[in-house]
Ligand binder design. Structure first.
Ligand code: ZN
Length: 187
């Protein structure tokens, strides 16, 4: 398999990792047909077989853009943390796996914001207790709410960021939309 690079998260996709996190995708990767980044979930149009990663310098960003990326990083970290906990709390085995995969994807989104914002470390966030979501159904309702919240974030700030970041927001927001579809398919 030819090496493919994701232009959003920067990861290299190969024949060992192409099927990671596949419970979060409607269209699944085949070894000779890669349609999603297995790390951040973006669609084919953001994948390249050219080794080159996007030329991007976070020093060129305005402070207000960096602030938006900081918010995006934290939002994705919270959602990643929720899914991590949800994967422990869920009773259904398939759901456990899907929540774990979703957690991986959202944490990679947090990393994307961190990279483009030029932040050195992840902040430590307050631990949230998710015990009240004590059935699989309640976990799915909460998951749906969080995905909607993320999509709203990307829509609200889309017009306030430069073109280089718009592209990333569009790519990530489409991933969250696919998550909503996947979550609704569970029964
Ligand atoms: Zn990616």
């Amino acid at each position: 398999m030819k090496k493919i690079r994701c232009l959003i998260c920067g990861m290299i996709i190969n024949d060992k990792n192409y099927n990671m996190n596949d419970s979060t995708f409607i269209d699944k990767n085949e070894v000779d047909d890669i349609v999603r980044c297995p790390f951040c979930g973006v669609t084919k149009e953001y994948l390249s077989d050219d080794e080159e990663y996007i030329n991007f310098n976070s020093d060129d960003l305005e402070d207000k853009t960096r602030k938006v990326l900081d918010m995006g990083m934290k939002l994705e970290m919270f959602n990643g943390d929720f899914y991590e906990e949800a994967s422990k709390q869920a009773k259904d085995e398939k759901l456990k796996k899907m929540f774990k995969d979703l957690s991986n994807i959202e944490m990679m989104h947090a990393r994307v914001h961190k990279n483009f914002g030029g932040f050195n470390t992840f902040p430590s966030l307050k631990k949230i207790d998710y015990k009240k979501h004590n059935t699989d159904e309640l976990l799915l309702i909460e998951a749906n709410k969080r995905e909607k919240h993320a999509i709203e974030f990307y829509e609200r700030y889309f017009s306030k960021v430069p073109d280089s970041i718009k592209k990333i927001f569009k790519a990530l927001s489409d991933v969250e939309k696919e998550h909503i579809t996947i979550i609704r398919q569970i029964d």
